[in-house]
Design a protein. Structure first.
Length: 337
C-alpha cells in the first residue's frame, strides 16, 4: 500500500529561535505562523523488503537524489522513520520519495513542509492512523523529527505552537482557519541557494547572545498582540508586530557567538522600500525574514498585485512566490511512484 501526504510550508509571524530542550525539540517561546499555499512538499511512502530504508528527494529544479545520514537534518529524517516503525507492529522497511515545489533550506520556507508530510505519511502507512487524525498528537509526532516549525503545518491558516514544559504540553493549536483572513505572503527570492548556517545549528547558539533572555521576556506581550491582530484581521496592528519579531530574532542571530548574519544588499533594499511605500503611498506591506536573505512580504490580498509588481522591479529580486493561507497537511490519492 502506498500513502501520499502533501503539506504546506508556513511563515512565522512570531519566530522560533532557540530551544528549551534539544532532545524533544521544545522551543523556548510560543510561535505563530500562517500556512503558505505556494510552497508545498509531496511525499509518497511504501513498505517492503528493501533491506534498508530508502529516502529519495527531489529538490526544486534538481533531479532526484538519494539521502544518506550526512547532515543533522538527514539523521533526523532516518531517526523519525525508525521511531515511527518502533511504535508500530509492522517492522518492514520503507521507500520514500519526496518533492518540493520551492527552493529548500534557503529561508524561503523552512523544511516545515517536508517534515510534516513525511511524518503524516509514515504514521498512516505504519498503521498509526489515530495519531494522524488527532491533530494535537500529529503535531507532537512531527516535532520529534527535529523541525519545530513543521509542527505548525498541521492545521490550515493561522497556527500557534505552544511551547510547554515537556512532550505532552508542546503542540500546535489553530488560531483561525485558512478562510478567515485574505492575507498573503509574497516571497521575494533573492538567493535560492542553500543557507550557509542551518537553523538546526542556529538554535544551539541562541543563548550565547547576551540579548536572548531579553527577547524571551519582551516577546510575551507581542505574542498576545499577534493573536489579537489576527483575530481582529487588523493589518495595521499585525504588520509592525511581524517586523518587530523579525528584527528581534535577527538581533539574536547577529549577536550570538559566533554571530550569524543572513541579510544581503537586497534584503535591506526591500526593508527600506517597504518603509517608503507605506509612508508615501499608503501601501500596507510588511517584511518577515527567516534564516536566509529572502524576504517574505505580508499584505492584504487587495494590495498583492501592486506589491508584487513593485517587488519584481527590484534589481535584486530573482522571482516571487505568491502564497495565500491554505489547508494544513493532508493525505491525497495521487502518488509519486
Ligand atoms: C527562522 O528548526 O523549525 O524559520 O530550519 O525548517 O528545520 P527548519 O526549522 P526549525 O527553525 C525555524 C526557524 C525559523 C523561524 C520559524 O519558522 O519559527
Amino acid at each position: 500500500m502506498k500513502v501520499t501526504a502533501v503539506s504546506p510550508a508556513n511563515i512565522a509571524f512570531i519566530k522560533y529561535w532557540g530551544r528549551a530542550d534539544n532532545k524533544l525539540f521544545i522551543p523556548r517561546n510560543n510561535n505563530i505562523s500562517m500556512t503558505m499555499s505556494g510552497c508545498k512538499t509531496v511525499t509518497t511512502v511504501e513498505l517492503g523488503d528493501y533491506g534498508r530504508d530508502l529516502i529519495e528527494v527531489k529538490f526544486f529544479g534538481k533531479d532526484y537524489e538519494k539521502l544518506e545520514r550526512k547532515t543533522i537534518k538527514q539523521e533526523n529524517l532516518y531517526d523519525q522513520v525508525e521511531r515511527i516503525r518502533d511504535m508500530s507492529k509492522d517492522k518492514r522497511y520503507v521507500r520514500i520519495k519526496s518533492e518540493n515545489n520551492f527552493p529548500a533550506d534557503a529561508g524561503i520556507a523552512s523544511s516545515a513542509s517536508s517534515f510534516s508530510a513525511l511524518t503524516a505519511a509514515l504514521l498512516v502507512v505504519y498503521g498509526l492512523k489515530e495519531k494522524f487524525f488527532d491533530k494535537k498528537e500529529l503535531s507532537k509526532e512531527i516535532r520529534l523529527c527535529g523541525s519545530s516549525s513543521a509542527v505548525r503545518s498541521v492545521y490550515g491558516g493561522f497556527v500557534e505552537m505552544i511551547a510547554g514544559k515537556g512532550h505532552e504540553d508542546t503542540f500546535a493549536k489553530q488560531i483561525a482557519d485558512e478562510k478567515y483572513w485574505d492575507l498573503v505572503d509574497i516571497v521575494a527570492v533573492l538567493d535560492p541557494e542553500k543557507k550557509l548556517f542551518s537553523s538546526s545549528d542556529g538554535h544551539l547558539l541562541a543563548d550565547t547572545s547576551p540579548y536572548f533572555e531579553t527577547r524571551i521576556v519582551e516577546m510575551q506581550d507581542r505574542i498576545k498582540r499577534c493573536r489579537e491582530a489576527i483575530l481582529e484581521k487588523n493589518i495595521h496592528k499585525l504588520g509592525p508586530i511581524i517586523e518587530e519579531d523579525t528584527i528581534s530574532m535577527h538581533m539574536i542571530m547577529m549577536t550570538s557567538r559566533p554571530p550569524l548574519f543572513y541579510w544581503s544588499h537586497g534584503t535591506v533594499r526591500i526593508i527600506q522600500d517597504l518603509y517608503k511605500w507605506r509612508k508615501e503611498d499608503n501601501l500596507n506591506a510588511y517584511f518577515s525574514i527567516d534564516a536566509g536573505s529572502n524576504v517574505h512580504v505580508i499584505c492584504e490580498k487587495k494590495d498583492a498585485k501592486e506589491v508584487r509588481k513593485r517587488l519584481k522591479k527590484n534589481e535584486f529580486v530573482k522571482w516571487t512566490i505568491y502564497n495565500e493561507p491554505c489547508q494544513g497537511v493532508k493525505i491525497i490519492n495521487k502518488h509519486l511512484f
